[in-house]
Design a protein around this ligand. Structure first.
Ligand SMILES: [Zn+2]
Length: 369
């Protein structure tokens, strides 16, 4: 089979010929039809030597975070998944036997690792040995328990966006977003933020407030559902005042902060001022600037600040069901498809960060259906 591998830190992809994997007894082999290209990938692929702050697979490595495709082969212990099933591989791998894993809380496993991307500590190297195939490979192995089954309404290209969508969805759930609730999405025109807007709609939020910078992209976000989506270009009006004005002076129930590393801390502090008493801010973007918080004010207003990482297979199944029912509408995504041999060009396009509507995918096993 062919796989695009990285041989040098931060380097280019090179298509190599490798042996096609066979499934271990609890695993499956998936023919990868689409894999998402993450704008941050080159940064992750630079984590070798003294500059490393994430745990990444040893070189040469097969990257590719979000893979979707068709099950080709299953191990002898697998009964709920059969060859021919359309699936998304949730790349979150855990050890399976520590306290967190045995408690049904795999994301808090100390060995938690994104297959084809990065992990959070030395224990991740063992995971990469067990699951060395990222999405930029014609075939990838994964545990059957890590698969989201895809309904026919979800294309492989849209499923390659499930990482961002699921991250937003899990954060919205932790924020208590649902029918009758209001939510402010900080960074609403970005890859995570647009997904958050689509999911907040699907979850029944009655008022969705989007804050971002780019006016043109914000207007496209608003046009998705003008009755429920309101937008503010950052700087036009203080975020807290705007949010209180739109909520009858109450403030929003929830904030989903999608701002990434490098964003100013003040942008998150401003979003906190939009919350009502008892409101929750969930951070999914990983903004990394230090912030001065007035904990006394947060305590008195019973405001919660919550960090949220990735999403469970169960949450993935819920998104697939919402997409099948039509309540989650992913039709606004613009897919840009590249063959495996053009993964370098695909990453260059993704790095332009043209906003959340653009969805760059590599199609290692040919075009999707
Ligand atoms: Zn574990």
């Amino acid at each position: 089979m062919h796989a695009a591998r990285v041989h040098q830190a931060g380097g280019r992809f090179q298509v190599d010929t490798l042996a096609r994997p066979k499934p271990r007894e609890n695993d499956v082999v998936v023919a990868v039809k689409a894999a998402g290209v993450v704008p941050n990938l080159r940064n992750v692929m630079s984590n070798y030597g003294e500059r490393a702050y994430l745990t990444v697979p040893e070189l040469p490595a097969i990257y590719g975070l979000d893979a979707a495709g068709i099950v080709e082969d299953v191990g002898e212990m697998v009964s709920g998944i059969v060859p021919g099933d359309r699936v998304y591989i949730n790349p979150g791998r855990s050890c399976g036997s520590c306290h967190a894993c045995r408690s049904g809380d795999a994301i808090n496993c100390p060995a938690y690792t994104f297959q084809g991307y990065f992990g959070f500590g030395p224990a991740s190297q063992r995971i990469y040995k067990l699951y060395p195939y990222g999405g930029f490979s014609q075939y990838a192995t994964a545990p059957a328990s890590g698969l989201v089954k895809l309904p026919e309404q979800v294309s492989f290209e849209a499923a390659a966006r499930f990482g961002y969508l699921g991250t937003a969805y899990s954060g919205l759930r932790k924020a208590g977003v649902g029918p009758g609730r209001t939510v402010l999405v900080n960074g609403a025109s970005g890859t995570l933020g647009l997904g958050a807007v689509l999911l907040a709609r699907a979850m029944g939020a009655t008022s969705i407030l989007g804050v971002a910078r780019n006016r043109e992209l914000l207007e496209r976000v608003r046009a998705i559902d003008p009755a429920r989506i309101h937008v503010l270009s950052a700087g036009d009006e203080p975020v807290g005042e705007w949010a209180h004005r739109l909520t009858g002076g109450v403030g929003v129930d929830a904030v989903l902060d999608t701002l990434g590393p490098g964003a100013p801390g003040q942008a998150m502090l401003d979003a906190i001022t939009a919350l009502r008493r008892g409101g929750r801010l969930v951070d999914v973007g990983g903004m990394n600037a230090p912030m001065q918080l007035n904990m006394h004010a947060l305590m008195c207003a019973q405001v919660s600040l919550i960090g949220s990482l990735w999403f469970t297979v169960a949450e993935g199944e819920e998104m697939a069901a919402m997409a099948a029912a039509g309540t989650l509408d992913l039709s606004v995504l613009e897919h840009h498809r590249f063959p495996l041999g053009e993964v370098n060009e695909a990453l260059a396009l993704a790095e332009k960060r043209a906003g959340g509507f653009v969805n760059v995918v590599v199609m290692p096993s040919g075009q999707g259906e």
